[in-house]
Design a protein around this ligand. Structure first.
Ligand code: FES
Length: 128
């Protein structure tokens, strides 16, 4: 039986919010899940050190697409320093379902891509 959270995630997978790419973004970062080769591209527009707009283009499993979609809804108006501090727990809470350790990379793919993009914009590299 599918519960409410699973149903909501399925909807985010089938109708991902903020899907696509921004033109002339301040941040653009492509990342891959090394375990499966699935990809995500994140584009972000920044204003006064906050996320003004964000889009993602994801070629991945249901969890990775749903996580990117849900994240894109809560990230607008967050400051870059807040986003850099976000961790696994926040993404898992947002998803609201239990994720097996092997699917953790799927759930975190879009957040990590965004965080790596922020670090890259500042001339730094975010280690895994
Ligand atoms: Fe590839 Fe989930 S199986 S991102």
């Amino acid at each position: 039986m599918i519960d409410m959270y699973q149903e909501e995630l399925l909807d985010h997978y089938k109708n991902p919010r903020n899907f696509g790419a921004l033109s002339n973004p301040d941040i653009e970062f492509n990342d891959t899940n090394p375990l499966c080769g699935d990809e995500v591209k994140v584009t972000v527009r920044i204003s006064s050190d906050k996320i003004q707009d964000i889009k993602f283009d994801s070629r991945g499993c249901a969890i990775s697409v749903a996580a990117a979609s849900k994240l894109s809804e809560v990230l607008k108006n967050k400051s870059l320093s807040e986003v850099k501090k976000m961790d696994n727990k926040e993404v898992l809470e947002l998803l609201g379902v239990s994720i097996s350790p092997i699917r953790l990379k799927c759930a975190l793919l879009s957040l990590r891509a965004l965080q790596k993009g922020i670090y890259k914009m500042n001339g730094k590299i975010l280690e895994e």
